[in-house]
Design a protein around this ligand. Sequence first.
Ligand SMILES: Cc1cc2nc3c(=O)[nH]c(=O)nc-3n(C[C@H](O)[C@H](O)[C@H](O)COP(=O)(O)OP(=O)(O)OC[C@H]3O[C@@H](n4cnc5c(N)ncnc54)[C@H](O)[C@@H]3O)c2cc1C
Length: 598
Amino acid sequence: MTQHHQFEAVIVGAGGAGLMAALHAARSAKVAVISKLYPTRSHTGTAQGGIAAALANMEEDHWEWHMYDTVKGGDYLVDQDAAEILAREAIEAVIELEHMGLPFDRTPDGRIEQRRFGGHTAEHGKRPVMRACKSADRTGHMILQTLFQNCVKQQVTFFDEYFVADLILEDNVCRGVVAMDIASGEMHVFHAKAVMLATGGFGRMFKVTSNAHSLTGDPVAAAYRRGVPLEDMEFFQFHPTGIYRMGILLSEAARGEGGVFINGQGERFMERYAPTMKDLASRDVCSRCIYLEVKAGRGIGGKDYVYLDIRPETINRYKSAPGGRTVTAHELETKLPDIIEMMRIYQGVEPMREPVPIQPTAHYAMGGIPTDSSGRVRANEGPGFVTGLFAAGESACVSVHGANRLGTNSLVDLVVFGRRGGRAMARFCQQAAFAPLPADPQAAVVAELERIRANTGQEKAGALRAEMQAIMMDNVSVFRDAGLISAAQAKVRELKERFAHVQIDDKGRRFNTDLLEAFELGCLLDLADVTASSALARTESRGAHSREDYPQRDDANWLKHTFAFAGQPSGAGLAMGEVRLAYRPVVVTKFEPKERVY
Ligand SMILES: Cc1cc2nc3c(=O)[nH]c(=O)nc-3n(C[C@H](O)[C@H](O)[C@H](O)COP(=O)(O)OP(=O)(O)OC[C@H]3O[C@@H](n4cnc5c(N)ncnc54)[C@H](O)[C@@H]3O)c2cc1C
């Protein structure tokens, strides 16, 4: 039996973006938030380092400097009209969070305390600036709890542990979503005037990642399968400091407080590559430098990792703390409690006495569902929009991060564009009627889930997933070339064929995570195909997309966004065939593209 619901606005995802949108949409519309996780388990809760806003509480700062850093950090692929909104509205959005009760760290005189972060500078690149607002290294946790409590107060309706598997989208009008109640296995159709996708990233396509197990991009794949384009999917950020082999994140805040990278020869190698910003150069730059050091045989013991060193004696020797201050172990423990704990627990390292082995880890999708600055989803590379469909947060591409996101700019993206998207949905709901539902909107998803449940093929989802993650990690990560990417694309397409023969062990209905994990794998395979296809076509190096066969940035030919569309279904199930690519110009307002020097 399928259950039916009607809400004016349905928001898929209860992370920072979804909850911020819900708070603002709920001021005038009847809103439901659907989440496959209990809301406070969303990945936003793991964000550590901070949220950027040019509050200038510690030293001189301006929103224009923040905008400039964002554009430069994104290697000029950023739409500058959107970056201006991000940098300007960051300030009031952070104050709004403060007024909701978020417990930010404070300066002695009671203002929000700020710290340094990679790529954030004063006077257009002259020196690092303290711009990241924070609650120790648990900033995302505090944001998520604060927003959730405010949503409860505002009586937003939540559907917790409901898995959205399809969009109801016909004739370019979004009419709702189809979801499964994970506990019962029952299908639910949500009829809506406006739908927002705020479903986070999809880093689980890579083997070493900072991303939670849930970050599989299912609703992004659902939109793609329904004809919505995906923008700039070749740009996936590798964060330089993942715990070696595990990928668990150690926030850039460690370097903001003075931590440095050290190679196998005991050298602080970032001084060579980025003389001004050093260890606080942007993430794409640091990750590439680590790979180059490893390739030159200067990894630790000649192996494929380097050290992150946050020992007070090292920081004090290099005078790498803000202002060249002397730091103590006690101060670091207060400012970085969680990540120091993680180093101890997961690595068995005592970071006050030993350096910590790290390697780049798949961290953030710059690409996603294309939107304008009100969260409206673009229907194509031209001026068209999908009526009634919105997106925000990591699953969206506004694009404020361009080819590489700066640290602390995601949390601000969530609140600035979540809020704008929520308000735009509310306005839309006031003037729009409910578009009629097609007959049996759940049919395609039910058929796919039943196909997987009943399949008697020989393939196992876990094995296919491991093969996908390995090839994407080896061939489509920090450095790429045509040979590597083509091999990955061919492999992903082979895996899609084999996915048609996946057999699961649990044939039941209740809490069938076996079934849902197989379904998620199908989604990841489509997104991996789009990532590889978009990367193969872009014959230049820019931001996180670094081609060894095309090492230069090529503004004459490539100062443009990729839009990827699904071809016809490839056979069994919902998996899509060939990817079709189109391009859209980048919006340049204030800053002409220049060579990036850190
Ligand atoms: C370890 C870590 C640390 C980070 N630290 C920082 C930082 O310090 N500063 C910063 O700016 N950024 C940081 N980031 C990035 C930032 O946290 C994320 O980009 C951001 O939190 C994403 O928020 P979101 O609202 O888009 O999605 P998420 O918080 O990921 O939430 C996604 C939501 O979508 C729901 N969902 C997904 N699929 C489905 C489905 N099929 N059906 C129903 N619901 C679904 C989930 O249940 C969840 O509620 C960090 C990221 C990681 C992984």
